[in-house]
Design a protein around this ligand. Sequence first.
Ligand code: NAP
Length: 491
Amino acid sequence: MSFDLVLFGGTGDLAWRKLMPALFQAFRHGSLPEGGRIIGVARDDLTDDQYRELIGSRFNAVEGAKRPSPEEFKRFAALLHYLPMDLSQPQDYQRLAQMLKQRDADSLVMYLATAPSLFTQTVQQIAAAGLNGPKTRLVLEKPLGHNLASNRAINHAVAEVLEERQIFRIDHYLGKPSVQNLFAMRFGNALFEPLWRREYIASIEITIAEEVGVEKRGGFYDQTGAMRDMVQNHALQLLCAVAMEPPINAHADALRDEKLKVLRALKPWTPETLGLHAVRGQYVAGTAYGERVAGYLDEPGIDPASRTETFVALRAEIANWRWAGVPFYIRTGKRLASRDARIEVNFRPTPHAIFRAPAGFANKLVINLQPKDGLELHLVAQSQSQRVSTQGGVRAGMAPLAPVQLNLDFDQRFGSERVGAYERLLLDVIEGRLNLFVRSDEQEEAWRWVEPLLESWQTDNGPRPYAAGTWGPSASSAMIARDGNAWSEEH
Ligand code: NAP
């Protein structure tokens, strides 16, 4: 199958940090269909060879084993082409159309790796140049809009020229192997599903913690914030994956229908819950990677009076039969104590204790997303100690129980067969698989849920400060402590 993949924004940060390395890995694994072209598009006046050189020089920054050898890069570079275009200029699309029509590939992928402000006009001009035929697939990066209205405007503009089955809204968390394994674990095994409900699960915690600050993307981040950058998309998609009902089959719309139902069932915000169940923060100077680091307001590109949140903690509830009353805690932020993304499913304690289990023990399933990738099941087992205790003069007769863990390390089990998130998703687009992409109605529902929070933050006292290198403002711990719970690292 031949393909043309047009990378609008082919010289940008996303293209060289994520997309090119992922395409190269697919090429190396032999999974990139043969006969493809990857066409970078941006305003710089480059030739194909200059573009290949530029991408080649970027690959030198790629970590060890993922870096191509000179010979491998030479073969990969043969797929790379470049077309200078100003996306705001309608006449430039004709040159693109000519280049693509010479070949008429089986699959035409248009990847919009540019600022979202260019999305609407790019899509309209793609159609005006006749490039919106049935073979076209359009990939849209987050953040898709700034609020519900702007998200709808982009979705509407895209729907005018392409069918929903041609639109691939990327959320790279869905491409992570552990998230796919969450689906496999829940719906491919009989073991967990009967327990996956309010009767057996006490709470669910979703953490997406970054140790980095805003790095070189301060200007972008200050306009975006943690809620739009992480919660509206990644965290809510993870929540859907963990809370959805079993779909009737593995087809894209069956999965997406079930995710949509979860989003629709999220309890709407009330004036009371806006105050009690949402905490936002902004980091001040502290430490990261063992060194002193600046506070958010002193980072390059940040407005010194910025009220943008770099941390969010929420308590959500899903109002349906399966989950009524179970708190879902979501937490994300920059400059936190470590880089750590995971979902923790906390089971209820045994109904009647006959053993002496460690204080506060309950079973827990941890789905590690990064940097580790795998599952941990926390259990208790009989410890080997022979000591018995005397309680009220009666010998209890049993040694105490000790915590043990079943660890499934997917990296160890599947090793080099593992496929990274962007690699998986790019191959899915080229081959037309929509399962791991977000439908417009899901996205709009997620915006609808977060919007009251964003609005309430416009008039409140601003984000709470937290020192870089900590787990966010203390109000986040207080929020969850009101339920008698604690974040996992506080146990
Ligand atoms: P970036 O580094 O600023 O790159 C933007 C790219 O678009 C450059 O190649 C730029 O090249 C090109 N461009 C800008 N205006 C253009 C125009 N009028 N005509 C043609 N090309 C134009 O941005 P980025 O960080 O890669 O982000 C791209 C998109 O991905 C954004 O929507 C962002 O939110 C999203 N995203 C980025 C990341 C990330 O890690 N970087 C992660 C997730 C999502 P010229 O200026 O030379 O034309």
